[in-house]
Design a protein around this ligand. Structure first.
Ligand code: PLP
Length: 809
């Protein structure tokens, strides 16, 4: 714990106003929506999507009395009780504080980085190591410049080791993460696509990531990238791979039954075969990394084998579900530790739909007396209406929580007693460690939807927006593409959030979509792609700004406006630099300038073009040519018309690959919805298509399933019928085992043809019940690839009869 004065000296700041230098700080805050004990929080005015300085007043109202800021012109006389520390860079200051706090932790810190699997490896390692030691792990995927700092802040000496995940999205970022984390032991998972995020080569990316280990003692890494030759002197290495000199040598990997994989490895002249309860390549690789870490820690092969069988797939998302009796249920039953409990509680308190809040909490693994006191203190700070404690280890708090407390010895006891608790119109957080299986409690409290829904996670959308915003230099505007009902995820619900986040522009495909946004209260400027004459009136009455792509449409629009004596109507000039879809050709610029010079009806606001292949390195020369052509045309328009136009050409993949294409504004599309074609960014899935199991049948070998007897059963099988078919947008091409869905985190395949409203799944090898929830596209990119299309098509094809359900923390 630090006082404001301590923090002032740790930050080496020069300017300050400290009215209460002894004020003690426990929490770091940067988002006013998440402030809960204002009086003990230090607010960092970060500049991300919104400028934190604009929220100082709100933080003060929430009780915050300590601030770190960079802007000098804040009128602090409005906040007489406030303590203020001025720094040059607020994020850097937060990192310095985290770095200082880290140096107080004297036990080993394990740092994990790599392109994929960091979070899973971190969670699994915690699960595997915590029988023998108290493990602190960075919560969820807190791996960014901000996330790592927040993760480190919660370190305390009650833990025996810490596992910290570090992620970067562009060159130069790892130095800061290293300075904060200083891991003694490094784990390097793998390396993904070479080109994303401004890295010239895979090599560059590896070099950048390895910077996390500059001061490490030991590094665990895959030998396949030739990393060994790139490591600093004195670093002890422990590699895994297929080479005889690897410390952990993989001899064989093969499928084992339908749901498991066997890995045979050699280590220190011993050979062992491990069975892992997964089939997919990523899980197998992640498990191999975990095996390597355990061997490094000196676990015996036998001990590892028995631990591995317990690994479970992860669903770390905080799920908000519709409960019975008008309740909302937050299901977070994968793991339970103080840091993730804190996050889950934050999420609970962000739910504004109910006044009343209940926490159902199981005992935690690895708590000693000190951590128990921390847990108690954490719960005492919450304004909960009811706390349900499960497991005797939690009962010590019974008389010290100032609210209704219900005690149960076990999950079984709670399940029996559940019907006597009058849950009604409240938000319920269920937080439990795996062993307690509180998901069974969630099953009872959640109302079955009996329908196919598309869940839209507005939190994830906001997060993705931040990811792409973060890549842009300040001053570059952003337009969000909300065409095709926001790539299938709904119109004004999404637009509202974008408006709240102060986007500059929205773009729809058709005027009708724009009208719907206006009716939903959207006041941002809206561009309409490819309007035709029939909608001119609609454009006018709804203040929608057309893309103008040809002389025909330009003349028609001018005539229309002239007739109404309207002047200066904003338009957007589209130039065809190579897509050859819509737009003026470069050689038409002179003629275009002639027309625009003599009319007063329209006023060009922006000029733009569309890149054909910004995500594909094979066409870099063509992209460069498009950029040149566009620059030439835009410059000509600006000089000849003597005006400033907003110039824009970059779509999502150009934001990632072509910084020189940012110009004045970028147009963010698919990335906003969580699809990163390179799989290198930390974007989150926004839409989840879900359905339910309507019926399960046991069928003998030789029977067939579905139309035309296409699904032949070669063994006795359990077949589940789910309520989604091609009328919902689930393509018939997913039939005959091509489609994979996920039930309770387990992958299953389709059997037979897809029907109009239903299809069938083979659930022989998994645990599944009627009414269980089914995730239709557990991996959207893979699903698209499986039927030879792209994620865009799968998203926008989800039929409008599928209900959209939004949630937002
Ligand atoms: C759809 C669209 C975009 C967005 O493309 P993404 O690949 O989804 O980012 C940008 N510009 C125009 C003109 C578009 O039609």
């Amino acid at each position: 714990m630090y006082t404001v004065a301590d923090i002032y000296s740790i930050l080496h700041a020069s300017t300050k106003i400290l009215v209460h230098p002894a004020l003690e700080i426990f929490d770091l805050a940067y988002d006013t929506r998440k402030i809960r004990r204002g009086g003990q929080s230090l607010f960092f005015a970060l500049k991300s999507i919104r400028d934190g300085h604009a929220f100082i007043g709100e933080a003060y109202r929430k009780g915050v009395r300590a601030f770190v800021l960079s802007q000098k012109d804040i009128d602090v006389s409005l906040y007489p009780e406030g303590n203020f520390i001025w720094v040059n860079n607020v994020l850097l200051a937060l990192q310095q504080l985290a770095a200082y706090h880290r140096t107080q932790f004297k036990k080993p810190v394990i740092g994990i980085t790599g392109s994929n699997g960091k979070t899973v490896v971190k969670e699994w390692l915690t699960q595997l190591l915590q029988d023998d030691r108290r493990v602190y792990q960075s919560p969820k995927s807190y791996n960014s410049q901000l996330g790592v700092a927040l993760a480190l802040w919660n370190l305390s000496d009650e833990y025996d080791c810490a596992i910290i995940e570090a992620g970067i999205s562009q060159p130069g970022e790892m130095v800061a993460l290293e300075a904060m984390t200083r891991p003694e032991i490094g784990v390097f998972t793998n390396i993904g696509a070479a080109h994303a995020s401004g890295f010239a080569s895979k090599q560059d990316k590896i070099v950048e990531k390895l910077k996390l280990f500059t001061h490490s003692k030991d590094l665990l890494f895959p030998s396949r990238y030739g990393i060994a030759s790139m490591l600093p002197e004195g670093l002890r290495v422990f590699s895994f791979g297929t080479e005889p000199m690897d410390e952990v040598q993989v001899l064989r990997i093969e499928d084992y039954g339908r749901t498991a994989t066997q890995i045979q490895v050699a280590h220190a002249q011993e050979i062992a075969t491990f069975s892992i309860p997964f089939r997919d390549k990523a899980s197998v690789e992640n498990a191999l990394i975990c095996i390597t870490v355990l061997l490094f820690f000196g676990y015996s092969l036998d001990a590892i084998a028995s631990k591995l069988t317990k690994l479970k797939p992860l669903d770390m998302r905080l799920q908000l579900k519709k409960g019975k009796n008008g309740c909302s249920v937050i299901d977070d039953t994968y793991s339970n530790d103080l840091a993730s409990l804190q996050i889950a509680l934050d999420f609970l308190f962000q739910q504004q739909q109910h006044q009343k809040r209940t926490l159902i909490l199981s005992d935690m693994d690895g708590l000693d007396d000190k951590l128990r006191q921390k847990l108690l203190a954490l719960l005492q700070r919450q304004e909960l209406d009811r706390i349900v404690l499960v497991g005797k280890g939690t009962h010590f708090m019974r008389d010290q929580l100032h609210t209704t407390v219900l005690l149960f010895d076990s999950t079984e006891a709670l399940l029996l007693g559940l019907k006597d608790i009058p849950f009604q119109q409240e938000s319920i957080l269920i937080k439990g460690s795996r062993a307690y299986h509180l998901e069974e409690v969630s099953r009872v409290l959640v109302s079955k939807s009996h329908e196919t829904v598309l869940e839209i996670n507005l939190n994830a959308l906001e997060h993705n927006l931040q990811v792409y915003r973060g890549m842009l230099p300040s001053g570059v505007k952003m337009m969000a593409m909300v065409k095709a009902f926001s790539y299938g995820s709904g119109s004004y619900e999404v637009a509202n959030l974008l408006q709240f986040n102060k986007l500059d522009y929205l773009t729809v495909a058709f005027a009708d979509e724009g009208v719907e946004l206006r009716q939903g209260g959207i006041t941002l400027p809206i561009m309409v792609l490819s309007p035709d004459e029939q909608v001119f009136e609609t454009l006018l009455t709804n203040e929608l700004e057309p893309e103008i792509y040809s002389f025909r449409i330009l003349h028609a629009f001018i005539t229309f406006l002239d007739r109404r004596q309207i002047k200066d109507f904003p338009i957007h000039i589209k130039i065809d630099t190579g897509m050859h879809r819509l737009g003026f050709m470069p050689e038409e610029m002179d003629a275009l300038i002639q027309v625009l010079r003599v009319t007063e009806a329209v006023r060009p606001k922006s000029v733009f073009s569309h890149l054909v292949a910004s995500g594909s390195r094979d066409h870099d020369d063509f992209t460069r040519q498009q950029l040149d052509t566009f620059a030439r045309c835009a410059a000509l328009l600006e000089s000849e018309l003597d005006c400033n136009l907003i110039k824009h050409i970059a779509n999502t993949s150009a934001i990632v690959h072509w910084p020189e294409a940012y110009l004045d504004m970028v147009r963010l599309g698919i990335g906003l919805y969580g699809v990163d074609m390179d799989r290198t960014l930390d974007v989150e899935q926004v839409s989840t298509l879900k359905t339910t199991i309507t019926q399960i049948k046991e069928l003998p070998a030789g029977e067939t399933v579905g139309y035309d007897r296409k699904g032949v059963l070669h063994r006795a099988s359990r077949i589940a019928t789910v309520k989604i078919g091609y009328a919902d947008g689930y393509s018939r091409r997913f039939g005959q085992g091509v489609g994979q869905m996920s039930i309770n985190g387990q992958l299953v395949q389709t059997v037979g043809s897809i029907c109009m409203d239903m299809c069938m799944l083979d659930v022989t090898d998994i645990v599944a019940y009627e009414e269980d929830e089914v995730v239709v596209f557990p991996d959207l990119m893979k699903a698209a690839a499986d039927i030879g299309t792209i994620p865009y098509e799968l998203l926008v094809n989800i039929s409008s009869r599928v209900k959209r359900v939004y949630f937002y923390g």
